[in-house]
Design a protein around this ligand. Sequence first.
Ligand code: NAP
Length: 319
Amino acid sequence: MTATESPQQVVIIGSGPAGLTAAVYAARANLEPLLVEGVVEGGPTGGQLTLTTEVENYPGFADGIMGPELILQMRAQAERFGTRFVTEDVVKANLDQRPFTLETASGSTIETNALIVATGAKPRRLEIPGEDELWGAGVSACATCDGFFFRDKHVVVVGGGDSAMEEAMFLTKFASKVTVVHRRDALRASQIMQDRALANDKIEFVWNAIPIEVNGADGVVTSLTLKDTQTGEVSDLPADGLFLAIGHIPNTWLFDGTLDTDDEGYLIVDEPSTHTNVPGVFACGDVMDHNYRQAVTAAGTGCRAAIDAERWLASEGIG
Ligand code: NAP
């Protein structure tokens, strides 16, 4: 795409449940939305749901649905009502004047009257020695992607939330043993996920510990150095793989200095609306939600962002 002659009415950045739901609503409001979706391995990203397995808690799917399939369905629904897609990373956003301007990785520019930011969040890293060096060689943040490589091996999952429990349980399909290392002695995960993980014979727990180094030999992970968070004692835990499930960091770097963020880096919206501090820019999904972070709540905020954008455009006389 080259520079648009007349600005788009609304552009959505991000193709997870928030962005795609915003697209469905904006398309049905005749705003002809353009959705810019990031690229991974030559295809659209689809957000974190494409990295998960079965989604059991999205309403309407009594028997559950696979995460990637749910995203494909949402995308098809958005397309059916006229959403157009650009599969390219946005590398720059100028929100200083209207219409807003976005620059994509290929150097194209897109102008838009309203912008919906649905850029999601990315997995948090431990930032310890060995983590970067052994990334992809035993260290991962996606059991669904990499679990297969650990058949009959011992893997460690770090974290105590729902993601850690989900990753640990998924990994038991392949690994001979899964050890969950958690920095406290109580899990953060929901009760049902805790119960399932604690009842799984293949899962062991190491409480009150954090990895402080990933050790490897010949380019693969061999062990983790753990530190007891209570006593400071250091120990070595032999392991073939390390899966990180320690939360996420919102993807906001495009808007550094323009959109307001809270202490944890999430975009601030004027609750209960999705208006950011820049009129005409709306935020939805995990990039603005550090509280619920569910597919269904992301979809809900996507709906709100599209309705807010529609009303704002109308109030400006450009809808
Ligand atoms: P989370 O709930 O924020 O949990 C992150 C975990 O990592 C916490 O246990 C935290 O410890 C630990 N942690 C954070 N930083 C750490 C560090 N530097 N070193 C060691 N441990 C660290 O994140 P999440 O599990 O990714 O879940 C995010 C959201 O998605 C939640 O709302 C969750 O319910 C949802 N989710 C739902 C499902 C499902 O329903 N099937 C599946 C996955 C995720 P502390 O507990 O000590 O803070």
